[in-house]
Ligand binder design. Structure first.
Ligand code: ZN
Length: 481
């Protein structure tokens, strides 16, 4: 059975960090190495040695260095390597780069933590990547590395050591040596949400407010949690609607009634109305209010939105718990995507958020399904017919005559079908629309869908584009039928 990689971006914020002398020493070491590597890379670009920098490789015009034969530091032959390319894992093998880090470390080279070293080195390459792409062949000046503002642990190496003890554990450039930092406050109260027992730790960014000031330092770790989740044969589709009577429609009956829609409860209707009028008021009276008044109103608005969010979550959890009991958690969810930035869509984004939160809690695979054609595609023949929904909410296919009494239910069914296809064939799910797919998974996509799998040139297409492309190809592309 298939498993999908699911991404859950979580921000963990710790305030009142106490930086230790050991941390400052490590920071100094990393900065020195990165600055030297930056100089080196800049010179390589300036001398025209570099052809391309992508997420995966630095490609040179010629052999990376004379005699590069694909051997690792221990002299073992690597299975995948290219004479003109350096990847994340190969950069540390370059003789110039070896000279750089050997110059700075004060411990035995044998004890170097190689994956941490990869992280530290590749961070510099990432900084040059977009710069190089923008400016093509010439860069006039070096990129100044902002090592005093942030340190990056991309591929793991951060642990919340023991949540109750308010300690963060960090990997260092030296094998089996760790740094421990105390903090005073877990701002979002989610440190126990982060799996601190995993052997690899979490990847993330640590940003400093003031590197060497005593008190007000804070760390923000943006952690993208990754979980492999089982995909089952049953996918339940969720259609989100503006109409109060068809607020959330499922692709199957809910609560043992012969009914698939959940109407918006009165309490939520009230809260939505309040939030709407409040927002209108805030926008309209912009000029008349001073900043103090505005701040006060803004705070009230936030409180109201929070209330609404909680109420919606309660409602969503009730229905999902019903399915959970009915199918013993053996199903997937396909959730309607809703437009962003729509001022009118009060609370609809909270439905999606609640579904995702619930899925995470229950280890249910989910997919955010783009809304394109979900309520206008005929499930019988696949043709697209937009329906006139102001008078009647039923569906009639102009091509084959297929009839469905309810467009929202049809939408939920289509969302279930499309979502199931995406989960099974692309094998990737995401809780954030803008989260970009990792290269590894795009290969899967290209294999399944692309005409020309020249994948190295295409860098991380956005999820939405990928989803829509895949759906179009499968369900709406007339040539494939
Ligand atoms: Zn039809």
């Amino acid at each position: 059975m298939t498993k999908v990689k699911t991404y859950f971006p979580t921000a963990f914020k710790a305030e009142g960090i106490q930086l230790t002398p050991e941390f400052k020493k490590e920071h100094q070491l990393i900065s020195s190495i990165q600055i030297n590597v930056s100089d080196w890379l800049f010179n390589q670009i300036q001398s025209g040695n570099i052809k391309e920098i992508t997420n995966q490789y630095i490609t040179f015009h010629n052999e990376v260095w004379p005699g590069w034969s694909g051997k690792d530091l221990a002299g073992k032959q690597l299975s995948a390597w290219h004479p003109k390319k350096l990847s994340l894992r190969h950069l540390k093998l370059h003789p110039d780069i070896q000279n750089i880090y050997k110059k700075h470390i004060d411990f035995d080279v044998k004890n170097i933590n190689q994956s941490r070293l990869d992280d530290v080195l590749w961070k510099v390459v990432e900084n040059y990547k977009s710069f190089f792409q923008r400016n093509k062949k010439s860069t006039k000046r070096k990129i100044s590395l902002k090592t005093h503002k942030a340190l990056n642990w991309k591929n793991g190496g951060i642990w919340i050591d023991i949540p109750e003890k308010y300690t963060i554990k960090l990997s260092t450039l030296e094998k089996k040596k760790f740094l421990y930092l105390k903090y005073k406050k877990d701002v979002y109260n989610n440190s126990d949400f982060i799996d601190y027992t995993s052997s690899q730790g979490k990847g993330g960014n640590i940003s400093f407010k003031g590197m060497y000031e005593n008190d007000d330092n804070f760390l923000v770790i943006q952690i993208v949690e990754e979980k492999d989740i089982q995909v089952y044969k049953r996918t339940i589709g969720i259609d989100i609607n503006k109409k109060d009577s068809q607020w959330i429609t499922f692709s199957e009956d809910v609560f043992k009634k012969k009914q698939r829609a959940v109407a918006k409860p009165d309490k939520i209707q009230q809260l939505t109305k309040q939030a709407k009028s409040f927002n209108g008021y805030l926008l309209k009276d912009k000029k008349k209010l001073n900043s103090k008044q505005r701040n006060k109103l803004h705070k009230r608005k936030l409180r109201l939105e929070r209330k609404l969010k909680i109420a919606i979550q309660e409602e969503v959890y009730k229905t999902l718990d019903y399915f959970s009991a009915k199918y013993k958690n053996k199903f997937n969810l396909s959730i309607d995507d809703i437009g962003f930035g729509a001022q009118k869509s009060f609370g609809q984004e909270y439905i999606r958020e609640a579904c995702i939160k619930w899925s995470k809690k229950n280890s249910i695979a989910f997919v955010i399904c783009p809304p394109k054609h979900s309520s206008s595609a005929c499930p019988n023949c696949g043709e697209i017919h937009k329906q006139e929904r102001k008078l009647l909410n039923s569906y009639v296919c102009k091509s084959c005559g297929h009839f469905h009494p309810n467009c929202d239910e049809l939408g939920a069914e289509n969302i279930a079908k499309f979502g199931h296809f995406l989960l099974e064939n692309i094998g990737i799910s995401s809780s954030s629309k803008t989260k970009q797919i990792v290269i590894d998974s795009t290969h899967k996509l290209y294999k399944a869908h692309a005409k020309a799998p020249d994948s190295n040139k295409k860098i991380k297409p956005k999820l939405e584009t990928i989803y829509i492309k895949a759906l179009d190809k499968q369900f709406f592309d007339s040539s494939s039928r």
